[in-house]
Design a protein around this ligand. Sequence first.
Ligand SMILES: NC(=O)c1ccc[n+]([C@@H]2O[C@H](COP(=O)([O-])OP(=O)(O)OC[C@H]3O[C@@H](n4cnc5c(N)ncnc54)[C@H](OP(=O)(O)O)[C@@H]3O)[C@@H](O)[C@H]2O)c1
Length: 374
Amino acid sequence: MSSKHPVVIYGASGYTGRLVAEYLREYHVPFVAAGRDADKLQAIMDKVPGIETATYECVAVEHTVEALTELFRGAKVVCNMVGPFATLGMDVAEAALAAGCHYLDTTGEQNWMIDVQERLGEAYAEEGLLLSPCVAQMYTNGEIAANIALEDHSIDTLDTLVLWGGDPTIASTASIFTILMADHLYLENNEYVAWPGGSTFNVAVPGQHETALVMTWGGIAHPVWFKDDPRVVTCKSRGGLFNQEVMAGVAQVVEIIETQVKPLPTAEEQQAAIAAITAQMPETVTPPRENPRVNRSLDSVIGSGPLGAVQVVLRGNNNYQQTALLQAHCAHALLTQPPRRVGFASACQAFGHRELLGVLQRFGLVGEPLLTRV
Ligand SMILES: NC(=O)c1ccc[n+]([C@@H]2O[C@H](COP(=O)([O-])OP(=O)(O)OC[C@H]3O[C@@H](n4cnc5c(N)ncnc54)[C@H](OP(=O)(O)O)[C@@H]3O)[C@@H](O)[C@H]2O)c1
């Protein structure tokens, strides 16, 4: 691949990938828009606003380690947007490593993060490369809020909450189903502990009188990122949608999965049962371009220690755009200077939480974090 194109967006035909293209254009970073269908890629790129001023090319690639390695060779950063990652991510992460590229993705799947950390974290570190899954609104924003709470050095315990408004994309919906089948882990005294299957909670939401039904949502990324952080001993994370009607439906699906799908003896039978559930649901379609009146995010982190507690609330809008901006910014940063850490590291560990907050604010996608002693 040409050295004129230092970034590869894999999955550029998707909802998030095309937004990454939009932001890479703003950063003046040449890129390869890669995916499985060249005509679809070009048709989608043609609709990206201002794309005629970007330096890019569309390339079709087979989803194999060999073909992806060949595509990535010569580039410096791979932004992977092809999910669910638990099923599709490992080939891409292996290929990026083989090609000598830093790896970023948009996953929200805790099980995939732990898997790729265990399998490839050390190999990336040995090559001086960054392996950073989940450079994304869910859950980088919560990590930014957590790190602001941790600026108070008396804090050792994190309780994180994320809520978002809007419709999920096709791959996001598929990813939600993969995490429902996995163990969801939190951190207790620096050890992973599994939440009881199907746990739901009613939580107080900053800025509104109604409580909200939320779930463990796959376990969320924060327990993974803070596992080896000397400042943190315990981290519990929960999340959900603002739309409580939809959340009630999700809770019913979770209940069915716990009681009727997980007990099935083979993976094939489980997959068939999930296919039967999804067949009864309305078909997922690619949502319209985001609108800040609809697409909102709220991250709330309560950081506590033996002597006190603080709450940090971070509000944002256009969640998929936030994700795409984080991807483009971090890819650009990797082209200009080494990350703060190599090997497996979160966006905040690799680039700094204040830097990422500033970027999201500069583009009008998140507000000022509100810190209160509680
Ligand atoms: N954590 C977060 O905050 C966050 C935010 C955004 C996205 N995400 C995650 O990022 C992933 C992508 O999201 P999206 O919004 O872009 O979804 P999307 O619009 O459905 O796009 C999915 C992309 O993956 C490609 N793809 C799907 N299956 C493939 C396969 N078997 N082989 C090769 N390519 C395949 C699609 O290619 P075709 O166009 O050819 O079908 C498309 O480019 C999802 O897992 C989502 O959960 C997470």
